[in-house]
Design a protein. Sequence first.
Length: 192
Amino acid sequence: MIVCFGDSLTAGYGAETSQSYPSLLRRRVTVPVFNAGISGETTADALLRIQRDVLDRDPGLVIVEFGANDFLQDLYNSAIDVDGVRVRFRTMLHKLADGKRKIFVVKFYVYDMIRFYLDDNDMEVYDAFEQMFASLEEEYPIEIIENIWDGIWGRPELMFDNIHPNAAGYRKMAELYFKAIDPWLKENNLLK
């Protein structure tokens, strides 16, 4: 089983559920794919359901995509708590990294996205997130999916709103996910 664990970008907000990246992935693999994406969730919310939605399902592969809502909520509170996000990611990965599964962690942002919300004086937030993901990759047996927004962010024809793709955007995003996990799927003979 594959579990896609995340927020609205995993749930597919802005398109039909059948157009979410987990649904598109399901069509390409020989094992069940569970969409554990819930719109609006933060890393704190993820910790509350990681046992039920991920560990109890005992997946061979987990794709973890959180952080955007932490960033946006903190932005509106005028204090972006990257350290808090890091602690919660470490707690998640400590639970997941038990040697039973492959783990991919998704960077929820691109530089232009962070710049959209912050002025040039606040761009140390981008650097802090970059350092956070680099340290997680050093500490845990994970692979980082670098850029799920490649060719999507800032293109109105691929966006539902300012922060979610539309169906066409999710198709493009699904290809980026698939490209990242394809070697593992091939290695484990899980492709249709």
